[in-house]
Design a protein around this ligand. Structure first.
Ligand code: PLP
Length: 418
């Protein structure tokens, strides 16, 4: 008989662009007793989670709830629920996750039009607006923070143009939500998808989404077509098939389940919802402005340390994402060997990248619970040690001093302003 070992994961400092470390309070919440999914105690937790998500997404939208599944389940739920076969969908791509939007839209039968930008940069909003005017899409799908390249796409002007031109704008804010501002209403975003395992610092497994009545109307219209076809007795006719191809990811059915009617759909993931509820509670108790400032401060300290060490950062600095810092791997250095040393000797995980960037950059995340002075200083010290061990020519001893200068400068400024 096999005796399988009890799980005992090693303690890690996770400085990747996700998944990141989880607040012990979230882990504790996830171990609480399970409630039935229609127990009023549980439905009250569902309602509170919706309320907190509205605050996080900075929206007055009625619909804000998690889709069960990793972040892409939220993306797929939105796209599959609103794209009708043949709909023209414009997808500006500036990294790997733009390609994911392309693939999912393709599977939904969209007529996809792409715009591509060199990795490491983002679009001038006007470039996207011009393409919307020329291509006349029904939907634009766009990534806010491209984790693969560490760039952030400004959205406000694009959102306003989409609203004026009556185009739906769907935004993947998986990597930015909870770490940098995502202003759903002020930027006129019609649907936004977040991720739990990054700046919210809850394990992967849920995808918070929010959408407005423009999206809801589109979903309702597809339902009406479906009902009309059924009513006309055409149930065996191919056109009478459900208009939204997925049952699990049908936002129309999900919203009925999250509404007071509580129409039965799936069995809600009780323990994950406890975790999300606790993660959101902690996030809102810190306060969005303070949380965004903490992310900016730790980024500044990390960047100061890396630059003092003599490392060069990848990508256009004017559109750098606060929560992901990409570092060019110096010539002659084996990036994977440095990463392995960080993990095995220091217990720190950083990431590599994808496609053409694989082996060319490291990606360091400063997200959520992992985004702390302790972690940044620990990483800089370990990174310096690992790089020296690999023969890299760096300015030894400068990184931590530079990072400490940033932290001490910020503490002085705070004391002066207090
Ligand atoms: C910007 C972005 N979008 C989508 C995803 C996909 O998320 P998941 O792996 O949780 O499905 C990721 C994951 O890293 C991401 O960074």
């Amino acid at each position: 008989m096999n005796i399988y070992r009890e799980l005992a994961p090693s303690p890690r400092t996770i400085m990747t662009p996700g998944p990141v470390e989880v607040d012990p309070r979230v882990l504790r919440a996830m171990s609480l007793p399970v409630l039935g999914q229609f127990d009023p105690e549980f439905t009250a937790i569902m309602n509170e989670t919706m309320e907190m998500l509205r605050e996080l997404f900075q929206t007055k939208n009625h619909w804000a709830y998690p889709v069960d599944g990793t972040s892409r389940s939220g993306i797929e739920a939105v796209l599959t629920s609103i794209i009708e076969p043949g709909d023209r969908v414009l997808i500006p791509i500036y990294g790997r996750f733009g390609h994911l939007l392309h693939e999912i839209s393709d599977r939904c039968g969209a007529e996809v039009v792409t715009l591509e930008k060199e990795w490491g940069t983002v679009f001038e909003p006007q470039e996207i607006i011009d393409a919307i005017q020329n291509e006349k899409p029904a939907i634009v799908a766009l990534v806010h923070g491209e984790t693969s390249t560490g760039r952030v796409q400004p959205l406000e002007a694009i959102g306003k143009a989409c609203r004026e031109l009556d185009v739906l704008l769907v935004v993947d804010a998986v990597a930015t939500i909870g770490g940098v501002p995502v202003k759903t209403d002020a930027w006129c975003l019609d649907a936004v998808i977040g991720g739990t395992q990054k700046c919210i610092s809850v394990p992967a497994g849920m995808a918070p989404v929010t959408y407005n009545d423009r999206i809801e109307h589109k979903i309702a219209a597809r339902k009406r077509v479906e009902r009309g076809l059924r009513a006309s007795g055409e149930t065996d006719f191919p056109n009478a098939r459900p208009q939204i191809q997925s049952n699990y990811l049908d936002l129309g059915q999900l919203q009925d389940y999250w509404s007071p009617a509580r129409l039965n759909h799936h069995t809600e993931m009780t323990s994950m919802l406890y975790g999300l509820h606790e993660g959101l509670r902690i996030l809102l108790a810190e306060g969005l402005p303070a949380r965004f400032e903490r992310h900016r401060l730790n980024e500044r300290a990390l960047v100061a340390g890396l630059e003092a060490m003599g490392m060069s950062l990848y990508g256009d600095p004017s559109c750098k994402m606060t929560v992901v810092t990409c570092v060019t791997i110096p010539d002659g250095i084996d990036g994977e060997s440095v990463r392995a040393m960080l993990l095995n000797s220091f217990g720190i995980e950083i990431a590599s990248s994808f496609g053409a960037l694989k082996g060319r950059i490291w990606r360091i995340g400063t997200m959520g619970y992992s985004c702390s002075m302790k972690n940044v200083l620990h990483l800089l010290g370990a990174f310096e040690g690992a790089l020296l061990r690999h023969g890299a020519k760096i300015n030894a001893g400068a990184a931590i001093a530079a990072a400490l200068d940033v932290y001490e400068g910020s503490a002085k400024t705070a004391a002066i302003n207090a």
